[in-house]
Design a protein around this ligand. Sequence first.
Ligand code: LUZ
Ligand code: MOS
Length: 751
Amino acid sequence: MKNPEAISHSTGSSQYLDDIPVLKNTLYGVIFGSPSAHGKISGLDLAAAHATPGVHRIFTHSDIPGQNDIGGIISDETLFAVDEVHYRGQPVALVVADSEHTARKAAGLINIKISELEPLLDPRLAMEKGQLLIPSRTFRMGDVRTAWQACDHVIEGRADCGAQEHLYLETQGAYSYPTDNGSIRIHSSTQGPALVQRIASKVLSIPMNRVEVDVARLGGAFGGKEDQATFVAVMAALAASILHRPVKITLSRGDDMRMTGKRHPYSSDFRIGLTKDYRILAFSSVMYQNGVAAADLSPAIMERTLFHTTNAYFIPNTEVTVHSCRTNLPPNTAFRGFGAPQGMFVIEAAIAKAAAELNIPARLIQQANFLKENDLFQYGQIALNVNIGKCFADLDREFRIGEIEKEIAEFNERNTFFRKGFSLMPVCFGISFTNTSMNHARALVHIYQDGSIGISTGAVEMGQGVNAKLAQVAVGLFSVDPGRVKIETTNTSRVANTSPTAASSGADLNGNALLIAGNRLIERLKGVAGQMLGCSPGEIVLRDEKVFRNEAPTEITWEQLVREAFLRRVSLTENGHYATPVIYFDKLKEKGHPFSYHVYGTAVITVLLDCLRGIYKIEKVLIVHDFGNSLNPDIDRGQLEGGVLQGIGWMTMEEVLFNSDGRMLTDSLSTYKVPDIYSAPEILEYRALETEGPGPALLKSKAIGEPPFMYGIGAFFALQNAIMSFNPSWKPDFDAPLTPEKVLMRLYDKK
Ligand code: LUZ
Ligand code: MOS
């Protein structure tokens, strides 16, 4: 089935937040952020800003009727700073005026006095000073201490990976207005409408049933709107409820880049021990997460890092600790992969370093340690339906890895100033929110008397195609024309207490809830058809807009059946609730069964490096990916290709830089480089692994949002191999992203 939104997206008729026609009397808000990364506020002079014609009001913490607290997991984050600021751009005030232009001009006239404190930027330094956001956590299995002695090789090193800006096309925004009797409606750019609702209720001090949050769709999110759409939405709601006027806030690109958090950078020490036949006996690591000024989602992200530190390998003895360190940067947050890429980078770095020291291709170590059926993950879950070996075997058969390596070796023999590099990147990613209690969803289905169907779920469409998948499920289930199905906006008054659309599980959770609701309606309709035909409902099937009895078409159409059910006073509305079965996790033991299944895949990446200039081209990305039984191969392909490119960007070109004062140096598209069409791989080919998908996956179609991102990590190691071919005396280090500048230095490093 085609994406029903494809036409409206490309003709511009799909409504995004900024397309909602504004009501008359709408006011516009601009946020005034701290000009300093760390300090005490000693004065805030709003007089000149206030005096600007067109300014209606300036809000600060003292205007909050409820709690000045927007922390999603722990209460450590304010909506507006009170007496201290902890990062540059931290919201201090909201200027509300007749126009955005006026509000921005007035914000420029706010005079804040700050007695500066020294900003902490380095997570390792924060750790030394005892600045942790939350208690550290350790996952362990077996006993690394005794295992080191049994190893033939023990290798140690350090790996650093950088932040990443989400760069969703649509910046954060909100439009809010008072509705009947003290209630409020918020249109928000959020992945988590229920979170916005809960926090708005807390800040405004009104019950949740008085806050309605509505999301039609987002112009991209990538995790950046799981938590961080909230402050904008709540500010708009605060201003709207106090002024009794509609208030709209749209962050400028620069404000969005400066004020909102990124992917967490991590700095890690690792140790890996191997036998002489390259089996990894032990792996340990201490990781410093740059969790920045407030926890936001850092605790959950830390947890997912711990779950993925052994990637697709079985390692019998492991011990990994993550420290979430408090620094003076904007609160880092969810980003596609949610800590897993950072964890996988470390184990891949450890393998690459071991390979370099043993002078063998990393692939030999990777292959020797792939997970097998019934292996134990370090968090206590038994690995079932393990497909990593199959993915690799298919990849080798389809694309002939040995030949690619041979071609590269020959190319490197023949050429002086051009080198090629190769890497293999296996991926194993767990599906489910790591926090078990978040794994549930609901779907509200109405069949209208004319036979059309309206579906509301908690899933937020952000370009990933979840609406198309849900529509497809409904069309298949009811066996009706696609034109009959409408996926409604995501709205807290229709579907309550939802988890954010995140963790790659939007389609799984909401789609399964839809199946539950839909199947109940179908049972009811079959009952009506049975009555109409004087037969048992078991003889009835609904197919192609018709009622079938014992496999033979009857005269009754879908429309007639629905109409008849309505006249017989049978309910045409159903609410389905789905909670992922089996999963649990014990945080005291750090053991359990947190994931309903795992997604596997393997990629080969090759690069061509210009050794005079340090610039490179990603030549080939060849993948075998375990889609399960893909519900919509076109949508899944889009997710796969986009994920790969975003991963390559994180590892090779996207560099978030701050100066020593905590000022962001890369706050525009001229200083922050993301992959464009010219940096896309020359060849990106993939094959679907032929498997039956697992039960909890929606109709056996596996989650696709995040797993492909991590193939991009291979780009880092392919580049490293090309550098090593040119400069054999270089001892590989692990400091991502490997930008052309860093590549050039390493090509001529003669230490
Ligand atoms: N969000 C979250 C996520 O709250 N929990 C998760 O486990 C998760 N995983 C991936 C992406 N977002
Ligand atoms: Mo998330 S990183 O919002 O799936």
